[in-house]
Design a protein around this ligand. Structure first.
Ligand code: IPM
Ligand code: MG
Length: 381
């Protein structure tokens, strides 16, 4: 193709993308009311092992959920369903980020507890996470981080369905000349994540929400993200929306003198991805932080980290830290309405991970195994 032909092809593609994204914004305008779990007779939890260390940490997470929700499982109020086929082998064989029959099994659940999945670098296979977040419209990625001895109690509301992620696999390229990706911010998509963050702040007595962007550079997308967050903030008297740029916020999080003053963060997808790994590291490592992907109809709970292929190669898989997926399980149990049980689990996790620390996972053979740590947590329940 010559240059003109590339331009024509890209223009056609851009028209398609723009139309699609406008239609997505339209669909968001007609969103149905969020699911009320107290009105669901039988809550179905899907369990998905994932790749790499996924099945190892998920095996322990399932034991934990079975113990915490023993009564509900016994009475049939909650059922657990194992989801088959969300493995890198099957996804590559089918050439689908999430094969249709897997998606169908997932859609038949109310919530999902999912081990990490592997995403090949390059190629065209999209990340299973990104696909699930989009297909199930899981727009709020909620990531709490706490360091009690320092007074750090952060919660990140990362927009989860837009930004660089939504069209990240559909950029244009003029080979040998240039490549271009697209970033999208919609009015409805931003409003709903902003509302989620401010609702959380209001319900939890927080007084400020940090709106973190790079609006000085990404003027259109981050510019409207900031504007919409401030419009939403106007409905929440007593809660201040504070503007920050992502670069200085990244620095702030390693500044011990000021970091504990931050409470709630709301931010576009990619910045949220990056800064939540930093925040998790401050808490004790990405192996310790849970992650909830919330939509109005579905929610998916997972570890913040990836499938750790290096641990598998090094023969260290059994030493994987299940804390992150345990935290995700706690968030899931809370989300489906069993607050007291979630509180009890949260307390056991804190006791084991922060206060008593009698069994410690290091990720190496000098530490406890994943199962030993699970036994330790379960002994506190
Ligand atoms: C996360 C992960 C994912 C992301 C990857 C696995 C696609 O890093 O959940 O933060 O980038 O969102
Ligand atoms: Mg990430």
């Amino acid at each position: 193709m010559n240059r003109e032909e590339y331009i024509d092809k890209a223009l056609n593609q851009f028209r398609e993308l723009l139309t699609e994204q406008l239609e997505r914004n339209d669909r968001m305008k007609n969103a149905t009311a969020p699911k009320d779990f107290s009105a669901v007779d039988r809550i179905v939890i899907g369990l998905c092992g994932g790749d790499g260390i996924g099945p190892i940490i998920m095996e322990q997470a399932e034991r934990l959920v079975r113990k915490v929700l023993a009564e509900e499982l016994e009475s049939g109020r909650v059922i657990l369903k194992t989801i088959e086929g969300l493995t890198i082998e099957n996804r590559l064989a089918q050439g689908k980020a999430v094969p249709e029959e897997v998606l169908e099994q997932i859609r038949a659940c109310d919530v999902l507890l999912k081990g990490p999945t592997t995403t090949p670098k390059g190629g065209t296979l999209e990340s299973a996470n990104v696909t699930l977040r989009r297909e199930l419209d899981l727009y709020a990625n909620v990531r709490p981080v706490q360091v009690p001895e320092e007074g750090i109690d952060w919660i990140f509301y990362r927009e989860n369905t837009e930004g660089e992620y939504v069209l990240g696999s559909r950029g244009v390229e003029v080979p040998g000349e240039l490549s271009m990706d697209f970033k999208v911010t919609t009015e409805c998509g931003t409003r709903r994540i902003a509302k989620a963050a401010f609702d959380y702040a209001k319900a939890n007595g927080k007084t400020s929400v940090a709106v973190v962007t790079k609006a000085n550079i990404m003027k259109k997308t981050d510019g409207s993200f900031t504007r919409i967050c401030h419009e939403v903030a106007a409905d929440y008297p007593g809660i201040e929306a504070e503007d920050w740029y992502i670069d200085i916020m990244t620095a702030n999080l390693v500044n011990r003198d000021i970091r504990s003053k931050f409470q709630v963060f709301v931010l576009p997808n990619l910045y949220g991805d990056i800064i939540t790994d930093e925040a998790a590291e401050i808490q004790g490592g990405v192996g310790t932080a849970g992650s909830a992907n919330m939509g109005d109809q579905y929610a998916m709970f997972e570890a913040i980290h990836g499938s750790a292929p290096r641990m598998i190669e090094d023969g260290l898989a059994d030493y994987a830290n299940p804390s992150s997926i345990f935290k995700a399980a706690e968030m899931m149990i809370r989300h489906i309405g069993f607050t007291e049980k979630a509180d009890k689990l949260a307390d056991a996790l804190q006791e084991c991970g922060e206060r008593e620390k009698k069994v410690v996972v290091t990720g190496f053979a000098d530490g406890a195994t994943c199962k030993e740590y699970a036994d330790y947590v379960m002994s506190k329940l």
